[in-house]
Ligand binder design. Structure first.
Ligand code: SAM
Length: 224
């Protein structure tokens, strides 16, 4: 097992599952609908889109969240590029990314552009049409050194039980420090320690209905 690359197996031949974390990258049932429910609706998007809107993400994975948001941005008629900054410790290969995304035909045009740019440079410096950047490395080390401040966060580590390092108190404090007053965060989990860490990081935290069989998820709003 390599130290820095994603290590995958494929469930039903289609859904990538991390063997390092023993968890799927997205819902086994409907990854696209889950992303729309948890991360778009959870951050009140596309209603809040304005020029210059900036999204931060913990866990870039397959890029599905980026593509889903980019498509929603275009559908909303936005004419300036979306800004999207994501963090990833174990980048997957371009062929694996292409395979993971091919089950979402409505995103095919976006996926083709993402995979081509990813194959050249995983920081996405060559991707056009969206101002996206992926910071490689452990987010616990990399986020603190970043200067940007976002309107919304997608908190998308693997499940808190299996990937606790992406949900810890210090990292959530950094998430809070990189969020505008009134900005938001959303995640599919309602784990108590995650909600407490977000509260301690200056967010007002609310439990709302989750996607599919998940009873609850979490949305949060940064207090002034
Ligand atoms: C559930 S997946 C993300 C799915 C992704 N948002 C998508 O659209 O496909 C979780 C991601 O977090 C990454 N990850 C886990 N621990 C990390 C860490 N300490 N720092 C940065 N990324 C991490 C994993 O490698 C994995 O890609």
């Amino acid at each position: 097992m390599s130290d820095q690359q994603a290590n995958l197996e494929w469930r039903d031949g289609a859904v990538p599952v991390s063997t390092r974390f023993d968890d799927p990258y997205f819902s086994l049932e409907n990854g696209l609908a889950e992303t729309r429910h948890v991360f778009l609706q959870g951050n009140d998007l596309p209603a809040r889109f304005v020029p210059g809107f900036h999204i931060g993400e913990l866990g870039f994975g397959t890029g599905l969240n980026l593509l889903t948001t980019w498509a929603a941005w275009d559908t909303a008629g936005m004419t300036t590029p979306l800004q999207f900054t994501s963090f990833e410790a174990f980048p997957m290969t371009a062929p694996d990314m292409a395979r993971a995304l091919e089950v979402f035909p409505e995103l095919a045009g976006y996926a083709e552009r993402l995979v081509a740019a990813w194959a050249e440079d995983t920081s996405l410096s060559t991707l056009e049409g969206v101002t996206a950047r992926v910071v490689t490395g452990d987010a616990r080390q990399t986020l603190a050194g970043e200067k940007f401040i976002v309107d919304a966060w997608f908190l998308d580590g693997f499940s808190p039980a299996k990937n606790p390092e992406l949900w810890g108190a210090d990292l959530m404090t950094q998430v809070g420090a990189h969020t505008k007053a009134g900005g938001t965060a959303a995640t599919y989990t309602a784990a108590g320690f995650v909600r407490r860490n977000l509260t301690d990081a200056g967010f007002e935290v609310t439990r709302v209905p989750g996607f599919g069989r998940k009873r609850h998820m979490t949305i949060a709003r940064k207090l002034a």
